[in-house]
Design a binder for this molecule. Sequence first.
Ligand code: UD1
Length: 415
Amino acid sequence: MNHIIIEGGHRLSGTVHISGAKNAVLPLIAAALLPDGVSEIEETPWLTDVCYMCDVLNYLGAQTHYENGTLQINSTGLTDCTAPFEEVQKMRASFLVMGPLLARLGAARIPLPGGCAIGARPIDLHLKGFEAMGARVTIGQRYIEAQVNHLHGARIYLDFPSVGATENIMMAASLAEGTTIIENAAKEPEIVDLANFLGAMGARIKGAGTDVVRIVGVGSLHPARHTTIPDRIEAGSFMLMAAITGSELFLENVITSHLQPMIAKMNDAGVRIIDEIDGLRVLPSGPIMPVEIKTLPYPGFPTDMQAQFMAYLALAAGSSTIRETVFENRFMHVAELAKMGADITVKGHTALIKGVPMLKGAYVEATDLRAGAAMIVAALAAEGETVIGQVDHIYRGYENIVGKLIDVGAKIREE
Ligand code: UD1
């Protein structure tokens, strides 16, 4: 399916079940390489990124099996320390196998992750961590290679609280000799989820979710069973889809505290949300109020919700600003929203969004995963039909999004 086609202007109603979090499950899958044996990850969303990650593990000698939302990973056959070129090019997060490979095999050879549409996204902080733990790292034309006799604990200060670097170092440190302390660590809920999985395997980790994570290395880990946390970005995206169409929608399987940074801004913009016992209810809201947003590491406003929020603010009663501070080039959706009639100008890292009374259906492209979700938000409210191209990006991170929207009354189809 190459296109998603949406007829805008229809209300949504009903319940959406939020899937397990893509950004949590990818490091969980990598972590399953650490023990010898079969681990199980429940609430694994069936996404193309998950398939890519499974391909990487299978290539390395592990075996993966997916059934009814549970992913089984048997890492007994892990023998190869070279990750496959094509998969790593397709998905940057596959770099997360580097920490487990170094810890298990003492060597890792990973293709250089390709450039990325939303910025350069270097991996220097991951490498700085591995070097501090005793690894010798060489960067070649196509591969990064690291070798170590035995990883040892270290005190590692991250210049930026990188999510991936914190995860990679936590995984490597779990099997290192001695204690590792990560300072200025990322505090995202996905870090805590990984720490819980590692803890269930026998790792000794304290402080995950704060900016100092302390890991006492152990001699070996054992396989474990774990349930992935719900996807806060999927939930936030559906909340905006409800709000922009003036709809009432109930979201089940959410952790409200993970959504707080988004809920605070949605409330400022006039979205009415009720925190109920088993989920969140978005109520039909009045006019969209302009707001100022700055993306930040957790618990700040997430960069992964920036594009969707911009689509929402395109219809605000006044001017809003969004400042992107996490990635250097994450405004590709601006040109696409403009095709639908949005009035947005970008200066440096800041977008000025002048609200317009309505958006019109157009041919637009999902320039990256979250930009694709932004097109869906805009299209649901636009007058007429919107055709979204390059939808492969959307399927990387939103499980069954078309089916979920059909179930709540959206006029949406794939072609
Ligand atoms: C993760 C998420 C992604 C999200 C991002 C920020 C996954 C699979 N992906 O990506 O959806 O948008 O967090 O919340 O979880 N940086 C460096 N050097 C490094 C590593 C990162 O300079 O070694 C920079 C990056 O270029 C970027 C910033 O730090 O500007 C944030 O990157 P990071 O937190 O590492 O994001 P990812 O883990 O790649």
